[in-house]
Design a protein. Structure first.
Length: 428
């Protein structure tokens, strides 16, 4: 307006000036002439002729104010809504795949989808990652086995009239157990119905421990499915049984403890380790811990519905993390204790990858720390399954396993002590 330079197209500047010098001159001449300042720039979606787009943009601004979105994030969400809803007929839902494909690169598909979900304008037609994984992995199997194994994995994932759906981890583990066996059989066999008991026994003979147990469980599930669907004539795993594996657990060494201390340096890492080392909390319980489960004045904490006394270490690490959390995301609506830059804008917990990135990828195993805590309690108080079940909210089976391991360690220590005393008596 004052220097004569043209403004770039699509500029979002609040004033029609190219730099602060022109803006200052404009403000000076307006005050001198008594002219009020021009209205601030607003996104065109807020005044659009499309009522659906206008309401979606207004809702995006409300979500931004409620969830602490930055102004740029709100404007990017409105850009995405403009592209998606600009040519969409009123009332027709938008497919999630279309949202991900059409929105600009600077816009967040997650935030656009969140706005559309609240307005009931989103149709989720996306394919789960595990389904794509099943298609990709089974496509690499020999032709005679691929279709049957794919159908089996999909039944594991979705369930049927007589079976409940299995977890994604179970699908991954089962397929990992049978894939090398199927590839080996494919050299001499062309279909599951040609696999015999001798083939199964020969394939399982080199396996030991948990690898053998998982392979047996996966094969039994696969051939039971094939028998029920009429894909095979006889089940070669009908008389196959899994073997009980003795669980072994030893207390953590000083070197392992020092390694955990060197890795856990940030407040979030120290809090995760403290919850596992003091309260024997599982990874899922740590991710889902909310602020409502904390009672700092009374030194109480509720993890997975089980109330416990809040130890001094956990109390100090909680205060340090909450201070950082409050300073980093002061306006977050998320009630979970552990949050990151992504979940701070919503209400969900952090993903399992969050814990892996902070600890597991650096060599710290939470289950190892958790097991050491339970074992330490059993060695200190006594191998009492009921005490372990009440203190750590364990199942009767898990408590009995930990008690048996602790009793074996105590018996070994007693035997070593008696042997040393006997040798001393012999010398005397």
């Amino acid at each position: 307006m004052y220097c004569g330079k043209p403004l770039p197209e699509g500029s979002r500047r609040d004033r029609a000036y190219c730099d602060n010098k022109c803006r200052g001159l404009g403000s000076y001449y307006r005050r001198k002439a008594g002219v009020p300042p021009p209205p601030r720039w607003e996104h065109p979606a807020l005044t659009s002729d499309n009522p659906v787009l206008r309401s979606a943009a207004a809702h995006a601004r409300q979500l931004g104010e409620a969830n602490g979105w930055s102004p740029s994030l709100v404007q990017c969400a409105m850009d995405g809504l403009t592209v998606v809803l600009g040519e969409c007929p009123p009332g027709k839902p938008v497919k999630l795949t279309e949202v991900r494909a059409r929105i600009p690169r600077h816009a967040s598909s997650l935030r656009v989808a969140e706005v559309l979900i609240d307005l009931e304008l989103l149709e989720d037609d996306s394919v789960l990652a595990v389904r794509s994984w099943i298609e990709n992995r089974t496509a690499k199997l020999p032709a005679g086995f691929a279709s049957d194994v794919r159908a089996w994995l999909l039944v594991l994932l979705d369930g049927d009239s007589r079976a409940k759906p299995r977890s994604h981890t179970c699908v991954y583990v089962y397929f990992g157990g049978v894939r090398p066996l199927l590839e080996n059989w494919a050299t001499t066999r062309g279909h599951l119905r040609e696999v015999t008991v001798t083939d199964v026994t020969a394939a399982l003979s080199p396996l030991r421990g948990w690898q053998r147990r998982n392979a047996i469980a996966a094969l039994r599930s696969l051939f039971r499915f094939a028998k029920k669907r009429g894909l095979i004539f006889a089940n070669p795993t009908a008389r196959l049984k899994t073997e009980d594996i003795q669980r072994n657990l030893l207390p953590m060494t000083n070197a392992e403890v020092l390694a955990v201390q060197r890795v856990a340096v940030t407040p979030a890492q120290r809090l995760i380790v403290a919850l596992a080392a003091v309260h024997a909390a599982r990874a899922t319980a740590i991710r889902r811990l909310t602020l409502d489960g904390l009672d700092l004045p009374n030194r109480r904490i509720t993890i997975a519905g089980h109330g416990q006394r809040l130890g001094e270490l956990t109390h100090q690490t909680l205060l340090a993390w909450l201070d950082q959390r409050r300073a980093t995301w002061p306006k977050t609506p998320n009630r979970h204790v552990l949050i990151n830059a992504k979940t701070a804008l919503g209400t969900g917990p952090v993903s399992p990858e969050y814990l892996k990135r902070h600890l597991l990828h650096q060599g710290v195993y939470l289950e190892r720390i958790r097991g050491d805590r339970v074992l330490h309690e059993a060695l200190t108080v006594g191998a009492d399954p009921l005490h372990l079940a009440l203190v750590f909210n364990l199942s009767h089976t898990a408590a009995s396993c930990y008690a048996a391991i602790a009793q074996n360690l105590l018996d070994d220590q007693t035997g070593v002590h008696r042997g040393a005393v006997g040798r001393e008596s012999g010398r005397s």
